[in-house]
Design a protein around this ligand. Structure first.
Ligand code: CDT
Length: 317
């Protein structure tokens, strides 16, 4: 019996710093409605979907302008229309947002919402990229290490939409361990929202590969764990900085089955038969039979990884 869940990747074009939450939520509602009309049961939105990617800007500790980017309740007054409309249509969604807890902790979070509009669970980003101090040499900052605490919920999965669903957030998707933590729980569908500038100031030589690396890591994560992956961008020119698009839905074979083509608000939709995961999970990636965890101890040992070799001569001799 196939277990088909129709999924939409709801890519957002840029959100500028002065765009009000209400205007962004209107755009999310338009995407949600379009996805529902195309039969979607689950709509995946990007990382930090409600605001511009504010970690590009430096704020002093205690600056109220920083707190203004964070949600203290979910849903709150501005996001409740999204929850209400999703429930009215019977469509679930995954949404990235900046979370500030009652205790004042700040997380880069994604929430999974069921077709009745209720929260099924959340994930708080574990791989926080960038830096914690102001680095004025950069054309723009990447201050996730300053503004967010590392996620404290592990890598949870949820029984939902007829299968087992997990979430990752942006930089997580570059780390095989993140997918594997979900794969070990039998995940069948992983939603990954991202904001990825084309330009990486510490390594500009990577810029030309930014779209390629995006697909590479998500396709590998899907195949190596026998899971669908839904990658969703906030794309385009935000505050003068180019961000990649390339939102797509990836089959457990590692192949892309639907993809956005532009850098604006756009949907791609695919009917995902979760039973397609089985032939990967029971053969080449049957973890119980083929993994060799006693040989992987260094993966979880605390301590430094080997440092890179000193600069090599430009031509091997
Ligand atoms: N948001 C986020 O995590 N962005 C990073 C930026 C690049 S760091 C190489 C990402 O991994 O896409």
């Amino acid at each position: 019996m196939p277990r088909v869940v129709t999924v939409a990747a709801a890519q957002l074009g840029p959100v500028q710093g002065d765009d009000p939450r209400s205007a962004v939520v209107e755009r999310l509602l338009t995407l949600l409605g379009g996805a529902a009309e195309r039969g979607a049961e689950l709509v995946a939105f990007p990382e930090l979907a409600l605001t511009t990617f504010f970690p590009r800007w430096w704020y002093e500790d205690g600056d109220p302008a920083l707190d203004a980017w964070f949600e203290t309740e979910m849903p709150g007054p501005e996001t409740k229309p999204l929850f209400d409309e999703a429930a009215r249509r019977g469509v679930g969604f995954c949404l990235g947002f900046a979370e500030r807890t009652p205790a004042g902790e700040r997380f880069n979070t994604a929430i999974l919402v069921g077709p009745d509009g209720s929260e099924l669970g959340r994930y708080r980003k574990i791989h926080l990229p960038g830096h914690a101090e102001h680095e004025p040499w950069r054309p723009f900052q990447h201050l996730e290490k300053r503004y967010f605490t590392r996620g404290d919920l592990g890598f949870p999965t949820f029984e939902a939409f007829g299968g087992r669903v997990g979430m990752l957030i942006c930089n997580d998707r570059r780390w095989p361990e993140a997918y594997r933590m979900l794969g070990l729980q039998g995940v069948e569908l992983i939603c990954v929202g991202y904001n990825t500038p084309v330009h990486n100031p510490p390594a500009p030589e990577h810029d030309r590969y930014s779209d390629f690396h995006n697909q590479l890591v998500m396709q590998a994560g899907a195949y190596q764990n026998g899971s669908f992956v839904v990658g969703v961008a906030k794309a385009g020119l935000e505050a003068g900085i180019e961000h990649i698009g390339g939102s797509c839905i990836i089959h457990p074979s590692g192949t892309i089955v639907a993809q956005c083509t532009g850098l604006g608000d756009e949907l791609c939709v695919a009917a995902c038969d979760l039973d397609d995961c089985t032939s990967y999970k029971t053969t080449v990636f049957d973890f119980a039979r083929h993994r060799q965890p006693d040989q992987y101890r260094a993966l979880t040992a605390l301590g430094e990884a080997a440092s890179p070799p000193p600069t090599a001569p430009s031509k091997p001799r």
